[in-house]
Design a protein around this ligand. Structure first.
Ligand code: AKB
Length: 312
């Protein structure tokens, strides 16, 4: 069997996907790759096509989950690096996947592909994409690149536009929607949080288990069910920062949330509040499971165990 390669293996999605796919296919069938030393991961920068090529050769890679990339807030601090890692890294993966006749490639796009003139509520699949961040620019260009490799070379590339992902396994990693993840940590550790977006800011979000199910769902679907080769809209739930704070406050006595918006407010304001994902539902059977209460209960109980802080 050709092996599965997961880039960005110590990141938010990668760290969960590696364990899951290893338990399904066996440890030696799943190759982890990251630019930092982490467990048994191959330490490679995805912008280094030669080093990446050696990994493809050494392990006979047949399927790729290319998750390495910079998120929105980090990308605004270093736009050139975001361009280089997010786009040149993607192109390296697509070229090597073609050369090595990989059967399938997964690459994550994001709600950041949308921009200020995208419809705010229920942004449709073919909504206008005019991002105002470098991260968003790399997502739009990446979507077009994936579509190009599919149309021109027949490469089976699949993609979803993730909403903000909420999980407990890794620390927040430089995104704008990460305010939500940080709120859980600080609520438990300090009972206070100063949130960097306004209380009324509403964004599309998703609990990690749903994101992993969506990822495996699109990758397991028969090829003829994949009709969108740029990237599928994907929705979980939408809530405002104050709704999240209130939901946490109902479970953690004394939790106080204050608000001090910074440069990330502008990024958040440029994204839609909710997403229309009917095409993903129709084409490959996507359906989210987590609502706000389930998400908050699961996050608090997992983080309370991880941080050894009782829930009172
Ligand atoms: C970010 O906030 O940058 C990411 C995203 C929405 O893609 N979580």
């Amino acid at each position: 069997m050709n092996k599965i390669l997961i880039t960005g293996s110590s990141g938010q999605i990668g760290s969960e996907l590696v364990g899951l796919l290893r338990s399904k296919y066996g440890n030696d069938q799943v190759v982890a790759l990251d630019n930092r030393k982490s467990g048994d991961a191959e330490v490679v920068d995805v912008t280094d096509v030669d080093a990446l090529g050696e990994v493809f050769n050494k392990h006979s890679i047949g399927t790729v989950y290319h998750l390495a990339g910079l998120l929105s807030a980090t990308g605004e601090k270093n736009p050139s690096l975001a361009w280089n890692v997010n786009l040149n890294g993607l192109k390296n993966i697509l070229d090597l996947s073609l050369a090595h006749k990989a059967d399938k490639v997964f690459w994550p796009s994001s709600i950041a592909a949308f921009g200020p003139s995208t419809q705010k509520k229920m942004a449709p699949q073919d909504a206008r994409t005019n991002p105002s961040t470098m991260y968003g620019v790399t997502k739009v260009a990446g979507e077009l690149l994936c579509d190009y490799y599919h149309t021109r070379y027949g490469l089976d590339v699949r993609s979803v536009r993730y909403p903000g992902l909420i999980s407990h396994a890794t620390e927040p990693g430089g995104g704008t929607t990460d305010y939500a993840v940080t709120m859980f940590y600080e609520a438990l550790q300090k009972r206070r949080y100063t949130c960097f977006v306004k209380p009324t800011t509403v964004l599309p979000m998703m609990y990690m288990d749903d994101a992993i199910r969506a990822t495996l769902g699109i990758m397991d679907a028969d090829a003829d069910r994949i009709k969108v080769h740029t990237s599928y809209n994907l929705a979980g739930l939408s809530f405002s920062a104050e709704e999240l704070a209130a939901a946490i406050g109902r479970r953690l006595s004394g939790f106080m949330c204050e608000y001090a918006p910074d440069f990330r407010q502008q990024i958040a304001d440029s994204w839609p509040e909710s997403i229309d994902d009917h095409q993903a539902r129709a084409d490959w059977g996507w359906k989210p499971k987590y609502d706000l209460d389930a998400l908050v209960d699961t996050m608090l109980s997992a983080l309370s165990k991880k941080l050894h802080i009782p829930l009172v």
